[in-house]
Every structure is written in structure tokens, then in C-alpha cells.
Ligand binder design. Structure first.
Ligand SMILES: Nc1ncnc2c1ncn2[C@@H]1O[C@H](COP(=O)(O)OP(=O)(O)OP(=O)(O)O)[C@@H](O)[C@H]1O
Length: 678
């Protein structure tokens, strides 16, 4: 499919009264070359920027010049069923409204287009042609209908139909039969447009205005309808608030205007970059102009330029935008509808249907647009709304909903992204067009019968399985009950009085066990305390404490007080848990206590006491001894010479002083601390 680049025209308006113009902006026409507009750099006037554009109009150009050269050729394009969008772009006060709307004396593009369309209509013999008009403005990023009372006009939503076409919902469209009728409607609607006075323009447009002329051509012989549209867009001008002297209201308007124009620039930039995402949705303006920018319409951009020196930078901005826009490619489509009666599609025989069935068949017909651009051919059924049509898009900008060009089969429509509620058909089924109504009805009857039979069988099978399951459950329950009864019967009965002694013994055991547990708990608690204490002592202190306990235990065992001795040995064990000899001693005494035997400790070996004496944990051990309730004991000597390997101590000839209290008497035991013998 042929692509169409947006055509760019630039028009310099005449100097206004009190405007300083250095005549720096020049338009040159050279035969055989594109016309060119030259603008001096505002920071260095010796530097000139040249912008070659296909159409450049100087200050002396007329409304007629522009219309005849660039606009009239597009009337044919509209009448071929294509959407055309012409938009005027430029800084505020650059002459956009003058170019598009003009005055009574100098009518602009809009009235001239309407006139030309009526002329074209009159020239068409075979077709019935209907013209209609709609008019809206985008004010502060909201859409308003200009054909209704502006005071009560609601904000209109911008929507997208199933075919991916953007449109303004609930926008009024008036049929127009004559130029006079249009003038009446248009002049009234123009009064509704938001206009305000700024320092730069007494009648500055505060909104973007979009006037759409739709022409619907029905050829009854060929049984087809072509729908062409002409969107005429008068953009609000970008504003420099320093120059406009805007108040707060104007500032808010200005911000909305500048933002939407900025998005327009971003859209153009993204299109030129071939970006995967084009930010159309970032403003209502670009959303509505989506079809004109990288879409399926033919476009003409008229860049209006103000000659005043104060606008020089804006002029450069406008022309830079023009240069970028001229690279944007559209793929225009013809909007045609086939009115021939179509075989009624049957739900059981059609391919998965689109969300909305087209009321007519769509065909691809080659069309040659007049003017500079050849219009490619494709088909689309376009909703009769003010929004631009959308069809095949430029390959540079991939979009998921693009419709394939030209070669569409009959009954083709854009596949819906929504899941179809219609039943799918078997592949082997013949196309509906080859079946008579009777055949289709027979097929349906057969299919329904088969389906009913299948469902009945399925239900019967389900019921059978359910009944079998219930029966099985019932049987299982009965079996369980029977077994329970038999178990009760089988239990042996004891003669009376047999259980009494057993129960008594059980109670005795219980008490014994409880006492034993209490004792164990006590021991555990004590042991725990000892362990905690042993944990915080240094290894040397642990040994010394252990040795002191051993000495004390030995003294008690010699006295025959084995219980206390055992307790003290056990304490000693918590400080020196790895001492094997100590462990043996504990076991020996435990055995003696348990069996009521005497314990004879091994004879102690006397050692030389040398070096200074050490005092180890005496106070604490005394407390222990007191708490154990032992009697006063005399000096206890400890034998460390029996087995150096198995004994413990630090090898020095230290002594341990142990103070004990019993029945008011205090006794101090002094024992050698080195290699304490257990
Ligand atoms: N080609 C022209 N010949 C004579 N006067 C012109 C021409 N173009 C613009 N003017 C005058 O310049 C002034 C500003 O023009 P216009 O209102 O069309 O600018 P604009 O770009 O639409 O401004 P805004 O963006 O603020 O609406 C108007 O008084 C208009 O009549």
C-alpha cells in the first residue's frame, strides 16, 4: 500500500500595525526546486536558516492562492472516500484563524472547502450525495460540541470503536444542503468558540477547533457507499506568557494549549523515530488527530508565521516542527461500503465473528487521488462520526489492531480482540454460501438432536456412578456397625474383686514416682545452678572449686556421712566433669548408700605442702556445707599422689580453707589444694 507523507505549507502573514518587522523572513521560489523560507537567527542575524518546503507563501499571498494550490486538490480525495485533515499550526497571532476561517471579505479555507464540496456534489450525476457538518473545540483538554448551546454543552468523551477508530461520542452532526445553510450554522457555532483577548491578539483562540465535513456518496447502481471526510483544524497558538501578558485564567488556558502542542510535537517525534509507543493518549488533541498523524488520512499542515522580530524564536520553532512533520507517513484508506444484500450469516456456519458485524461487504478498489499524493487502496467500514477514520498504519509504527490492506476476502472484518461468544464450527463444514437455508436448518436439527442425546447419556452415566457410590457407602457403614457389636461381645469379663489390689498397687507406685520426680527436680535445679556457676568461672577456678568440694566430701565420707559426702562429690563433678576418678568415687558411694554398706575411702597420701596457700571459694563452699546440715568436721587432708593422671589440680602445693558451721560452732578446714585426691 502506498504511503502518503503529510504535506507542509508555510504562510507568512502581513505585518500588523505597530509590529516591528525587520523583513528578515524571506520566501524564495526557484524554478525546478522547492520553495524555501529563510529566517535569520534571532541571536545572530547574520546567520540564516533555510527551510525548503513544498509550498511557501509570503506576506502578499492571498486566501485564494493557498486554497487553489494546496487545498482544492484535496476535495477530490475526500470525494474518493478518504479522510483528509488540514491543520493550521503556529504561534499565537500568526494568522491560523485568518487562514482557516478568514473574514467575509477574505474567506479562508473552511468556507472555500464547503463551497468546493457543494460544487463537486453538483457535478456528480450518478450518486446521491449527502453532506453533513460537525464542529467541536478542545478547550483545556476537554471536548465540547460547538453546534449546541455552549453554555450548557457537556464535556464529550473521546472513544475508540471496535474497528480501532477514535471518535467523539455524542457529537452533533448536521446535514447541510446549501452554502447558506452551512454559513448560518458555522457563523453561529464560531461564536461559541472560546476566544479571549491577549496582548498579542484581541481575538485569540483559546481552544483547538475541529470542523468536520462528511460527504456520503451512495451509488445505487453499483450498490456501494463511499464516505469521505474533511477535518479542518484551527489549532490554538503556542504562547509565550511574557509576551501575551496573560492573567490567571489565560495562563491556565495557555498551559493547556502549550501542553497539548507539546504532546503533538512528541507524537511527531515518536513517529519519526519509529517508536513502538506513540503518545497519542497524552492529550485529547493528539487522540483526536491520531488518524491524521501516522494514520489513514491524507494530511496538510499549514504553518503560519508571524513576521515580527519578537516572534523570531517561535518562527524557528514552528518551522522545525514543520520539518519534522513532513517525514510522518500516513497510509490512507478508502471508506467504502457495499450495499448489496449479503447471505445472512448463520451462527452455526460462520467463521468466528467480529464484535460488530459489518452491515455491508467491504471491497478493495483502486483509487487515484488528485494532487500531489497518490492514495492507496484498501477498505474499511467507517462509523459516521466526527472522529477520523483509521485503517492500515505505516509500517514504521507497528500497532496491534492494523487492518491488512486491499486483499480482504468477502465477509472479512477486523478480527475482534474480544473472545467471540459464537460457537466455533468444525473445519470440515462447508462455507455457508454453498448451503441452502433448508440444508442449514436440517443440519441444525441433526446437531441439536445429537447434542440432546449426548447430554442425556452423560446425565444417565453420572446418575449411575452416584448411585453406585451411595450403595458402597451404605454397605461400608453396615459392616462397621456389625464389627463394633461383635467386638463388644468378644471382650472377656473379669471376676469381681480382681482389680482392687491392682489399683491399690498402681496408686502406691504413683506416689513413689511422684516423690522421686520431686527429688529429681530439686537435684536438677541445684545442678543447674552449679552448672551456671561453673560456666562463668575460669578453668583454673573451676578446678579449684571442684577440689574444695572433693576435700569436703572426703571429710564427710570419713565421718561416715555418706549422703552428704555423695552430694558434695556430685557438686565437685559439675566443676570437673571429665575427671574419671571422681566419677568412680560418686558411683562407689552411690552403691554404698543404695545398699546400706559402709564406704571405706582409700588411704590418703601425705604430701609436702609448699609455696603459698590459696584460698578458693571458701565462703561459698561453707554455705553449701551449712545448707547440707553437716556436722563440724576436723581437718581433712586430701591425697593427690595416687594417680597424677586421674587427679586434678594445678600442681602447686596450695591449701584450701573450708569454714563450716554447725550448731553454733565454726570450724576451719585447711586442705592442700594441689592434686586433690578423691
Ligand atoms: N494573511 C493575513 N492578512 C491580513 N491579516 C492577517 C493575515 N493573517 C493574520 N492576520 C491578522 O492577524 C491577526 C492575528 O491573526 P489570527 O487571529 O488569525 O491569529 P491566530 O494565529 O489565529 O492567533 P491565536 O492563536 O491567538 O488565535 C488578526 O487580526 C488577523 O486578521
Amino acid at each position: 500500500m502506498a504511503s502518503h507523507k503529510i504535506k507542509i505549507a508555510a504562510r507568512v502573514r502581513p505585518r500588523l500595525e505597530h509590529e516591528i518587522d525587520d523583513e528578515g523572513i524571506q520566501v524564495t521560489h526557484t524554478s525546478g526546486a522547492p520553495s524555501c523560507i529563510s529566517v535569520p537567527n534571532p541571536r545572530d542575524v547574520s546567520q540564516i536558516f533555510n527551510f525548503p518546503l513544498s509550498s511557501c507563501y509570503d506576506q502578499n499571498s492571498t486566501q485564494e492562492d493557498i486554497f487553489e494550490r494546496d487545498v482544492r486538490p484535496l476535495i477530490d480525495v475526500v470525494y474518493s472516500g478518504v479522510t483528509v485533515t488540514i491543520f493550521a499550526y503556529g504561534v499565537t497571532s500568526s494568522g491560523k484563524t485568518h487562514t482557516m476561517q478568514g473574514t467575509k471579505a477574505q474567506p479562508g479555507v473552511i468556507p472555500r472547502v464547503v463551497e468546493a464540496m457543494f460544487e463537486q456534489k453538483a457535478s456528480l450525476q450518478r450518486s446521491s450525495v449527502e453532506l453533513s457538518v460537525s464542529y467541536m473545540e478542545i478547550y483545556k483538554d476537554e471536548v465540547y460540541d460547538l453546534l449546541v448551546n455552549r453554555e450548557t454543552a457537556p464535556k464529550l468523551p473521546v472513544r475508540e470503536n471496535d474497528a480501532g477508530q477514535v471518535f467523539v461520542a455524542n457529537l452533533t452532526s448536521f446535514p447541510i444542503k446549501s452554502m447558506e445553510e452551512f454559513d448560518r450554522i458555522y457563523s453561529q457555532a464560531s461564536r461559541h468558540r472560546s476566544v479571549g483577548a491577549t496582548n498579542l491578539n484581541r481575538t485569540s483562540s483559546r481552544s483547538h477547533a475541529v470542523l468536520t465535513l462528511e460527504v456520503m456518496m451512495t451509488d445505487s447502481t453499483a450498490q456501494r457507499t463511499l464516505t469521505g471526510k474533511m477535518n479542518l483544524v484551527d489549532l490554538a497558538g503556542s504562547e509565550n506568557n511574557k509576551l501575551t501578558g496573560n492573567d490567571s485564567t489565560r495562563m491556565a488556558e495557555s498551559a493547556a494549549i502549550n501542553k497539548s502542542l507539546s504532546v503533538l510535537g512528541q507524537v511527531v517525534h515518536a513517529l519519526n523515530q519509529g517508536a513502538s509507543r506513540i503518545p497519542y493518549r497524552n492529550s485529547k488533541l493528539t487522540r483526536i488527530l491520531q488518524d491524521a498523524l501516522g494514520g489513514s488520512s491524507v494530511g496538510l499542515l499549514i504553518c503560519n508565521i508571524a513576521p515580527g522580530t519578537k516572534f523570531r524564536q517561535d518562527t524557528l520553532n514552528t518551522l522545525n516542527f514543520a520539518v519534522r512533520t513532513k517525514n510522518v507517513e500516513n497510509r490512507p484508506v478508502i471508506n467504502e461500503r457495499d450495499n448489496r444484500p449479503q447471505p445472512k450469516p448463520h451462527f452455526a456456519a460462520v467463521q468466528p465473528a467480529p464484535a460488530k458485524l459489518a452491515p455491508a461487504v467491504l471491497h478493495a478498489i483502486p483509487v487515484h487521488a488528485s494532487g500531489s499524493s497518490a492514495v492507496a487502496t484498501t477498505t474499511s467500514n467507517i462509523a459516521a462520526v466526527a472522529g477520523p477514520s483509521r485503517g492500515q498504519r505505516p509500517s514504521k509504527v507497528p500497532r496491534p489492531s492494523a487492518v491488512g490492506p486491499g486483499l480482504l476476502p468477502p465477509l472479512y472484518s477486523r478480527p475482534s480482540s474480544r473472545p467471540s461468544s459464537r460457537p466455533s464450527i468444525p473445519e470440515k463444514m462447508e462455507p455457508v454460501t454453498q448451503l441452502t437455508d433448508k440444508e442449514i436448518d436440517e443440519r441444525i436439527a441433526r446437531a441439536v438432536e445429537a447434542e440432546v442425546a449426548r447430554r442425556l447419556k452423560e446425565r444417565e452415566e453420572q446418575e449411575r456412578v452416584e448411585q453406585a457410590r451411595l450403595q458402597q457407602e451404605k454397605e461400608n457403614l453396615a459392616l462397621q456397625e456389625k464389627q463394633a457389636v461383635e467386638n463388644v461381645k468378644a471382650e472377656p469379663k473379669l471376676p469381681s474383686g480382681v482389680l482392687s489390689p491392682l489399683l491399690k498397687r498402681h496408686r502406691d507406685l504413683d506416689e513413689e514416682l511422684r516423690a522421686r520426680l520431686a527429688e529429681l527436680e530439686q537435684k536438677y535445679e541445684r545442678g543447674n545452678k552449679e552448672l551456671q556457676l561453673a560456666d562463668v568461672l575460669s578453668p583454673a577456678s573451676r578446678k579449684k572449686t571442684g577440689r574444695a568440694y572433693v576435700a569436703l566430701a572426703r571429710a564427710h565420707s570419713e565421718k561416715g556421712d555418706l549422703d552428704v559426702a555423695l552430694e558434695l562429690y556430685r557438686k565437685a563433678e559439675t566443676y570437673v566433669p571429665d575427671n574419671v576418678k571422681l566419677r568412680e568415687r560418686v558411683l562407689e558411694i552411690e552403691w554404698a548408700v543404695k545398699n546400706g554398706k559402709d564406704f571405706v575411702p582409700s588411704p590418703k597420701k601425705q604430701r609436702k605442702v609448699r609455696g603459698k596457700k590459696r584460698k578458693v571459694a571458701v565462703e561459698r563452699i561453707c554455705e553449701e556445707a551449712t545448707s547440707l546440715g553437716q556436722s563440724s568436721i576436723g581437718q581433712s587432708s586430701l591425697d593427690d599422689g595416687e594417680d597424677g593422671e586421674r587427679g586434678f589440680g594445678d600442681g602447686e602445693g596450695a591449701t584450701i580453707k573450708v569454714k563450716e558451721e554447725y550448731e553454733g560452732q565454726t570450724t576451719i578446714h585447711e586442705t592442700p589444694a594441689k592434686r586433690t585426691r578423691c
